[in-house]
Design a protein around this ligand. Structure first.
Ligand code: KIV
Length: 267
């Protein structure tokens, strides 16, 4: 039987050089599949704004929506470690508001940790959250909540000043007590430079193979998102094609009177 995933077991994996797996997902069924497959961490990502709601960015996602989705995910998870994205502007206005919002997420959803985007500018807040017992995951590199400020979706760390800033941001989060940091869309060699001496667990997405673990969005890895495929996404199954074919067969069978047969009918 698979053991419950805890902070201790995640750090044990890091120490022993075993890779950590994380999947970002938003509902009961997909979370249950991740849990049954032995995925270590389920992230309720605010990417749900784009993937689940069809929005253009993660910016409009609300705290209430994150709580709603996390409650659904929690019901599907028996052993994985659940991390919740704090949505845009739920932690930037003031430390008091941020504390209150993070506390709400922890109290109302039963999640294990919160994830915040940003580096040095949120370090004090991270320290405060950690000091009241809330485990924090940082997120640096390409940070989707700052898509407009960053000038669109792109790799971060191609220029020297960006590389130096990324290292300072990582150090600030680590010193503040973030137990884990997501590195998104960062050159592989830079993620290696950051990860190798790191005390915090590093999780990559578009950051190469040298992080302590990897995260992908469920809908990307099962091939449900067909129109956008960033370089870092690997589809393990062509889900959209499989589902579409099934739907076409269902339509055809209903139209031809093949479904339902006596077998699918009550006597
Ligand atoms: O929102 C999300 O799903 C994320 C991951 C892609 C890291 O932040």
């Amino acid at each position: 039987m698979l053991e419950n995933v805890t902070l201790r077991s995640l750090f044990r994996k890091k120490r022993e050089g075993q890779k950590i797996t994380m999947v970002s997902t938003y509902d009961y069924i997909s979370a249950r599949l991740c849990d049954e497959a032995g995925i270590d961490c389920v992230l309720v990502g605010d990417s749900l704004g784009m993937v689940f709601q069809g929005l253009e960015s993660t910016l409009p996602v609300t705290l209430e929506e994150m709580i709603y989705h996390t409650k659904a995910v929690k019901r599907g998870v028996k052993r994985a470690f659940i991390i919740v994205d704090m949505p845009f502007m739920s932690y930037q206005v003031s430390q008091e508001e941020a504390l209150r919002n993070c506390a709400r997420v922890m109290k109302e959803t039963g999640a294990n940790a919160v994830k915040l985007e940003g580096g040095q500018e949120i370090a004090e807040l991270v320290h405060r959250l950690v000091s009241v017992g809330i485990p924090v995951v940082g997120h640096i590199g390409f940070t989707p909540q700052s898509v407009h400020a960053l000038g669109g979706y792109r790799v971060i760390g191609k220029k020297e000043d960006e590389r130096e800033k990324l290292k300072r941001d990582f150090k600030a989060l680590e010193d503040a007590g973030a137990f884990m940091v997501v590195l998104e869309s960062v050159p592989s060699y830079l993620a290696k430079e950051i990860s190798q001496p790191a005390k915090s667990i590093t999780i990559g997405i578009g950051a190469g193979p040298h992080c302590d673990g990897q995260v992908l969005v469920f809908h990307d890895l099962v091939g449900l998102v067909e129109d956008i495929k960033p370089k870092f996404v690997k589809r393990y199954v062509e889900g959209a094609k499989i589902f579409r074919d099934a739907l076409k067969r269902y339509k055809e069978e209903v139209e031809k009177g093949i479904f339902p047969s006596e077998e699918e009918s009550y006597g």
